[in-house]
Ligand binder design. Structure first.
Ligand code: BGC
Length: 909
């Protein structure tokens, strides 16, 4: 090499090194199957994820090395990946020697960055495997040995004493039930999960939980105590007083495994030696609430030495083990607590407490009184026009908890196997003065990590965002429910798909949805039909457009939000079966048979004498979703390398769109239904030829103007409405819809005092009267689907499909709507993504955060020769920012990781 050239190379190398690797990269936030140190995984190749962090910009992982060891002391190596040249830091599958059941595995990772520098080994993380095979269970299914009182069905208590004489190294309890369970060891609660084992399609998939109980086992005598409740298994669920959907008898399966420090181990398992008797929970139903009789409490029953001589022995039952599986999603846990904001008496004379927030959970009551005093707590979401307690919208759900006092000093009550959706409680029979701090409302929901936050300069929009978040928190209770208060609370598929993309901004829903989607597949009909609710307690083999499309939409949204390819692999047969079902039902490529829910709860004024109702042809909608599901199947086939399928369904998609055009578009390009939903779906799903799209978007805008800038969409049109407007250059109209505060609009309920999203645009009418009580939930997340547009367009945080899960990030903020600032953050598997913008006189400030090991394209708005700086320096002087070009008024920059502070001045108006 000529000397001159050599010199140049050395200079270039030194510059690059100075640029890339000034500081050391560290590795943190280790996750196994997307969870932090999970206990009880039955996955044979769990996926490992980590985050890189460092102070410099443009950190990229060049290689990684993972090491995994087995055993309590973590000394037995089972895998060393060696140095793998790869940028993958999310969901790398374990590929060492075969994992064993009921073992602890410890792992660490180190990485090399793009400067070639190695990080230190991360701090260790671990996981514990669950039961890999039914034969791992030494426990037997047990049931009460006494005849159960048939109407109230008091909760049985199961009890077992055992001795442990040696030093305990570790101990785990593995538990499941037919019904719900709560377990104790030596008087202390096992774990902090509620409503376990959760809700799945029980007869096909029943989850167990594994708990680390090392600290609960004592030297000497120990006692296990477990209480069961009817729950979803045999309680009242769905309609018509339906009980015993999965079976009529409760049962427990419990296995405690103690490993002693001397290397020996012992299993204490449910078997015929356990005892059971009826406990103080006299009755417990999800819809109706719980009754606890303190006088029936068996004081000390979960402590050693309690005299259980009068308790009957349990009976063992030959129940199946084959469908048992480890819990893989975050359990339901207790979260926020609220003390009463106000104690007051209504015009009817009812004593109420207002907690200030519509929430889902229950109330913990502190009380002092006489034995036999009876307190009744009723729950409601709203007060009526006169200010009285309103429960008509709960339909036949009683939603009441009743406590009968034991009468020995201060007592504390809370339910165990029910939950309520409420903001207000009515208290009857309380002895003594009603003090707000004797009543604590506790929110319960699946413990999905909070990932998103959105704040802006408009306080009503912030309240809307709050309401969306609380809609999710209340209704993501192991399954995504439609509502939490009335006699329903079911996993309605349409609602879940409508809200899924918003949900993935607010909380980490990867595992939550992955679990529920397995039930979608499990309950899918043989012909490919996807039921209305999952788990399918309606029992019918049915389907509806926009509801059944959950089978394709949620897997795809999970893939986009988290890059989770396994969800696509697992769900592919289900996705395909659903599309094939529609294909099978179609004639001339038109899917236009049977009944459908359509654009549920669209705008329909009471006094509609002049046709203002926004009715959209149901088969037009069906054809749009048929195309959309097929499109998502094609994209999935491409991700999974199924090229033949991609080509076959590609041909089908063309035929579906041609048929749509023939049937639903007039020669002049008008849709046969002229509604906002019709135009929105046709544009969102690319149902129209390129040449007809612009005028369709204009028609949509005209329609919105005809309704004096109001939306008229129902469940199916709402999620896409503002996106379509933005895609076609009408973000200003989308903002007007967002900021509209008269009915129908997103801010109307906010102005009416809502703290959650309502089921209907006019749950409470302007004159304070209610919509029909048969269908009027004040906590229904579907219309909260606007949250996705707020994150994706207003703040402008999105992921590219070629780098899903925010490996390749798009930041494209859309200032507008008179807002002066927006701050949105999103915790991704790579780390935090931020987009904060602030409007300044004639300019804009944009702060962006891009996590390590990702890249981003940032779109700076209204570019028209404006002056752009980063960190106060002119853009052109910064080598690490690549100016990609200008596209329809946006200046596009390519960036690596780091924090960036852009200043844009001289914006055109
Ligand atoms: C539920 C919905 C659901 C709908 C379908 C209602 O009872 O609450 O949200 O999607 O039925 O008809």
């Amino acid at each position: 090499m000529p000397a001159m050239y050599k010199k140049l190379c050395i200079v270039a190398f030194l510059q690059l090194s100075a640029f890339f690797c000034i500081a050391q990269v560290t590795v943190q936030h280790l996750l196994t199957e997307n969870l932090s140190n999970p206990i009880g995984l039955d996955n044979k190749a769990p996926r490992l994820s980590w985050q890189l962090s460092g102070t410099q910009r443009n950190i990229v992982q060049a290689a990684y090395e993972i090491r995994v060891s087995a055993g309590a002391d973590g000394k037995k190596p089972v895998w060393n990946s060696g140095k793998v040249v790869s940028a993958q830091s999310v969901q790398v599958p374990y590929a060492g020697t075969a994992l064993e059941s009921r073992q602890r595995y410890t792992w660490q990772v180190r990485v090399w960055d793009n400067g070639g520098k190695a990080s230190a080994w991360s701090s260790p993380a671990f996981w514990l495997t669950g039961m890999f095979s039914p034969t791992d269970w030494k426990a037997q299914w047990i049931q009460p040995g006494y005849a159960e009182e048939s109407t109230l069905q008091a909760s049985p208590l199961f009890r077992k004493e055992f001795s442990s004489g040696k030093k305990v190294g570790s101990a785990t309890a593995t538990i499941t039930a037919h019904g719900l369970y709560e377990a104790q060891l030596n008087g202390r609660r096992i774990g902090d999960a509620y409503l376990t084992p959760g809700w799945t399609s029980y007869n096909k998939r029943l989850q167990y939980q594994v708990y680390d109980v090392t600290d609960l086992v004592k030297n000497g005598k120990n006692t296990i105590g477990v209480t069961l409740g009817s729950g979803w298994y045999r309680g009242f669920i769905a309609w018509g007083g339906q009980h015993n959907f999965y079976g009529k008898d409760l049962a427990l399966l419990f296995q405690l495994e103690i490993r002693y420090s001397d290397g020996s181990s012992e299993i204490i398992a449910s078997d015929g030696s356990w005892k059971a008797t009826a406990g103080p929970i006299r009755n417990s139903e999800i819809y109706d609430g719980e009754t606890i009789d303190g006088r029936e409490e068996k004081t000390g029953w979960t402590l050693a030495g309690y005299n259980d001589a009068g308790w009957p022995s349990v009976k063992t039952a030959a129940l199946p083990f084959e469908h048992l599986l480890a819990s893989s999603s975050e359990p339901v846990r207790k979260h926020e607590t609220f003390t009463g904001k106000r104690v007051f008496t209504t015009p009817k004379g009812e004593k109420l407490i207002d907690f200030g927030q519509n929430l889902v959970g229950w109330v913990v009551v502190k009380v002092k009184g006489k034995a036999g005093d009876k307190i009744r707590i009723s729950h409601a979401e709203v007060l009526d026009k006169e200010g009285n307690f309103y429960t008509d919208n709960l339909r036949i759900a009683k939603a009441q908890d009743t406590y009968i006092l034991k009468g020995d000093g201060e007592e504390s009550f809370e339910p165990h196997f029910t939950f309520h959706g409420f903001r207000y409680i009515r208290i009857e029979g309380y002895p003594g003065e009603l003090l707000p701090d004797h009543f604590t409302a506790v929110a319960l929901y699946s413990d999905m990590p909070k990932t998103g936050s959105f704040q802006c300069s408009n306080t009503l929009v912030n309240q809307l965002q709050h309401n969306i978040e609380w809609g999710q928190q209340g209704n993501f209770l192991d399954v995504p429910t439609d509502c939490p208060q009335r006699d329903e609370r079911l996993g309605w598929t349409g609602d879940a798909q409508v809200f899924s993309r918003t949900a993935a901004y607010i909380r980490g829903v990867d595992n939550f949805f992955a679990k529920w989607l397995k039930d979608v597949a499990a309950d899918q009909g043989a012909s490919g039909t996807v039921p209305f609710v999952i788990p399918n307690v309606l029992g019918k083999d049915d389907r509806s457009t926009g509801w059944s499309d959950v089978a394709t939409i949620i897997p795809w949204n999970v893939y986009l939000a988290y890059g989770d390819k396994r969800v696509l692999e697992d769900q592919y047969p289900s996705m395909k079966a659903w599309v094939d079902y529609m294909k099978g039902q179609s004639r001339n490529d038109l899917w236009n048979t049977g009944s459908h829910f359509g654009d549920w709860l669209f705008y329909r004024p009471f006094d509609d004498n002049d046709g203002r109702s926004a009715v959209t042809d149901k088969y037009l909608i069906a054809q749009c979703f048929y195309a959309h599901s097929t499109e998502l199947l094609i994209r999935t086939a491409n991700v999974l390398g199924k090229t033949q399928d991609a080509a076959d369904y590609g041909r089908l998609l063309k035929k579906i769109k041609d048929a749509f055009h023939r049937e639903y578009v007039t020669p002049s390009g008008r849709l046969v239904s002229g509604t906002q939903t019709a135009y929105t779906l046709a544009l969102q799903f690319d149902m129209l030829p390129e040449a007809e799209r612009k005028q369709a978007a204009q028609r949509l805008v005209e329609n919105i103007k005809d309704y004096r800038t109001h939306l008229t969409t129902g469940f199916l049109g709402t999620p896409y409405l503002c996106h379509v407007l933005s895609d076609y250059g009408y973000t200003d109209i989308a903002y007007k819809l967002l900021l509209q505060d008269s009915y129908p609009s997103w801010l109307y309920p906010v102005k009416m005092g809502a703290t959650t999203i309502w089921e209907r645009w006019d749950g409470i009418r302007p004159d304070s009267s209610f919509q029909t009580p048969g269908m009027n939930s004040f906590n229904h997340y579907s219309y909260g689907a606007i949250g996705d547009w707020m994150y994706r367009v207003v703040a402008g945080i999105d992921t590219y499909e070629d780098g899903p899960g925010y490996k390749h990030i798009r930041i494209q903020p859309h200032p507008g709507g008179g807002m002066t600032s927006v701050e949105a953050d999103l915790q991704t598997y790579y780390g935090k993504v931020s987009s904060h913008w602030r409007v300044e006189e004639g300019g804009l400030l944009l702060d962006v955060e891009i996590p390590a090991n990702t890249t981003a394209s940032v779109y700076l708005p209204s570019w028209d020769g404006a002056m752009v700086t980063e960190g106060g320096k002119p853009l052109g002087s910064l080598k690490e920012i690549e100016v990609k070009g200008v596209e329809t008024g946006w200046l596009i920059l390519n960036l690596g990781s780091g924090s960036y502070h852009f200043g844009i001045s001289g914006l055109r108006k």
